[in-house]
Design a protein around this ligand. Structure first.
Ligand SMILES: *[C@@H]1O[C@H](CO)[C@@H](O)[C@H](O)[C@H]1NC(C)=O
Ligand SMILES: *[C@@H]1O[C@H](CO)[C@@H](O)[C@H](O)[C@H]1NC(C)=O
Ligand SMILES: *[C@@H]1O[C@H](CO)[C@@H](O)[C@H](O)[C@H]1NC(C)=O
Ligand SMILES: [Zn+2]
Length: 479
């Protein structure tokens, strides 16, 4: 890694009042999800203004390489919410980082806003080369003798082809089904929420929906619980869509919900002996924004009102365990902006409230992201391992094996900091710190051929093979 120049910036951060999202329980009578008596409150200060001196390095290439590793430079952030961001002529390259100094070159290109970074590992980084700078970046790599391969020639074309409308046949089925959800398309939030409500109405004895909070723009954070209500059941929390553009994640989580809800009676005891809690879209504002304005938006949509006016916090850097550490940024325009403090965002706060106040002790927490095909366990904040990491590693390997047998995709297993790079403030570290034993971040398909823009034909195979992985987890929990 090249010399790290350090840009030190002093920011006056006006920490505004925390808008507390009330715990809304809109379940039918007799179906209350009880709250714990001794509620552990998150440790926020009340309304206050504080001067925070923050420092960030813009030169550390790994600081912008993330769990799914990413950066969209400021230049392609939309200036307005009306016009769609156009990626015509933008390309995706897989760049080898084996040559020493190559990461520094990539960092420099990113700072000059010629590229942004997508996924990566120890050997390579996928970069988005902006259409105007394909020549410039080519020249730099040739001069520096850095190897690369063009993976996507025109990103906008991939975006246009990714999510075609349903055919007549599917539309007909949709009308008869009572909800609009399919796994042949990436659906808008309305369809996903309509599907959850449909299940609660259709299967009231096992399915209940509650809103655990609201997003910054006021959208519901809907959790569905699937459970036969046995008091001995263990509890599992599963979420998706923390990062807006990772469309395969909510698609996969809703696939699980559909499988369990529609087949509950004939499901295995492993599945029935668990209270399942699913939050398929953690970041509904960002998710909708990827459908309407910028397909590649990652963060939430809460504006940062300071000297730097940028929108969005990386929710997966905003959780309250070792918040503020490596692999997160204090720079509001960064793709991995961690927020002004732990749980500064309503979306992460809602999860924190829900999980810590629930009467159930969750034994597993799984969060679905894309891409890269990894099964990652804590810790993420630094290269360290929890005391029971061998249990996590063994289970992760069994899950990966089941995924591979079911559908053929190979998932690598390891700690997120060890296999990828440190990133503090992730939901998985926080879940583990809450005593949830089996905590995983799963990076779904693929390994970079399509990246975030995975065509809809992949939804069913990806979800199906990951259901096989989830069954292995359910089986482990009965032991
Ligand atoms: C890209 O290359 C062109 C042609 O050599 C040059 O004029 C331009 O300044 C370069 N742009 C950047 C941002 O380096
Ligand atoms: C959950 O864990 C706490 C602390 O370990 C314990 O006091 C409580 O009884 C547990 N609750 C359930 C429902 O198992
Ligand atoms: C997942 O991605 C891998 C690597 O790109 C590919 O070999 C595999 O076929 C994909 N699996 C599915 C189910 O799409
Ligand atoms: Zn992600």
């Amino acid at each position: 890694m090249g010399a790290l120049g350090k840009t030190v910036v002093l920011l006056l951060v006006a920490a505004t009042a925390v808008v507390c999202t009330p715990f809304v329980n809109d379940l039918a009578p007799g179906q209350e999800w009880p709250a714990r008596n001794s509620v552990r409150q998150p440790n926020f200060g009340e309304s206050q203004t504080e001067a925070v001196q923050e420092e960030f390095s813009t030169d550390d290439p790994t600081s912008e390489i993330t769990d799914d590793a990413v950066i969209i430079g400021k230049a392609i952030q939309p200036k307005t919410d009306i016009q769609r961001v156009d990626y015509s002529g933008a390309q995706i390259w897989k760049v080898s980082t084996e040559k020493s100094g190559s990461r520094a070159v990539i960092s420099r290109l990113r700072r000059r806003n010629l590229i942004s970074t997508w996924g990566g590992n120890q050997y390579s980084i996928d970069i988005l080369v902006k259409s105007d700078f394909v020549r410039n970046v080519t020249r730099v790599f040739e001069r520096e003798n850095i190897q690369y391969e063009v993976v996507i020639l025109d990103l906008q074309k991939n975006i246009n082809d990714e999510n075609p409308p349903l055919d007549e046949n599917e539309l007909g089925l949709q009308d008869r089904r009572g909800h609009r959800m399919t796994w042949k398309q990436y659906h808008r939030l309305e369809d996903i929420h309509g599907f959850l409500d449909y299940l609660a109405k259709t299967y009231p004895s096992i399915a209940t929906v509650t809103t655990i909070g609201k997003s910054h723009e006021g959208r519901d954070l809907k959790v569905i619980r699937l459970s036969d209500g046995k008091p001995t059941n263990k509890a599992v929390f599963i979420d998706g869509g923390i990062h807006a553009r990772e469309w395969i994640s909510p698609a996969t989580v809703t696939y699980f919900i559909n499988q369990f809800a529609e087949n509950f009676d004939v499901e295995s005891d492993d599945i029935k002996n668990i209270d399942w809690y699913f939050l398929p879209v953690v970041n509904p504002d960002g998710y909708e924004y990827t459908h309407t304005v910028d397909r590649l938006w990652r963060k939430n949509r809460k504006p940062y009102l300071g000297t730097r006016q940028c929108t969005g916090t990386d929710l997966n850097r905003n959780f309250g365990y070792r918040w503020g550490g490596k692999g997160s940024s204090s720079y509001p325009c960064s793709e991995i902006f961690r927020g002004t403090r732990a749980f500064s965002e309503p979306e992460t706060q809602a999860i924190n409230n829900f999980v810590t106040k629930s009467a159930k002790n969750f034994t597993a927490y799984i969060t679905y992201h894309s891409y890269g095909q990894y099964l990652l366990y804590p810790w993420g904040y630094d290269n360290a391992l929890p005391p029971d990491y061998k249990d996590l590693d063994a289970l992760g390997k069994s899950m990966a094996e089941a995924i591979s047998q079911a559908g053929g995709s190979k998932y690598q297993v390891g700690s997120s900091s060890g296999l990828l790079y440190p990133a503090a403030g992730g939901s998985d570290d926080w879940a583990k710190s809450q005593g949830i034993k089996y905590t995983f971040t799963i990076e779904l398909n693929d390994t970079g051929r399509y990246g975030f823009v995975l065509p809809t034909t992949h939804i069913e195979p990806v979800a199906r093979e990951n259901l096989a992985g989830l069954r292995v987890l359910a089986n482990q929990l009965k032991k």
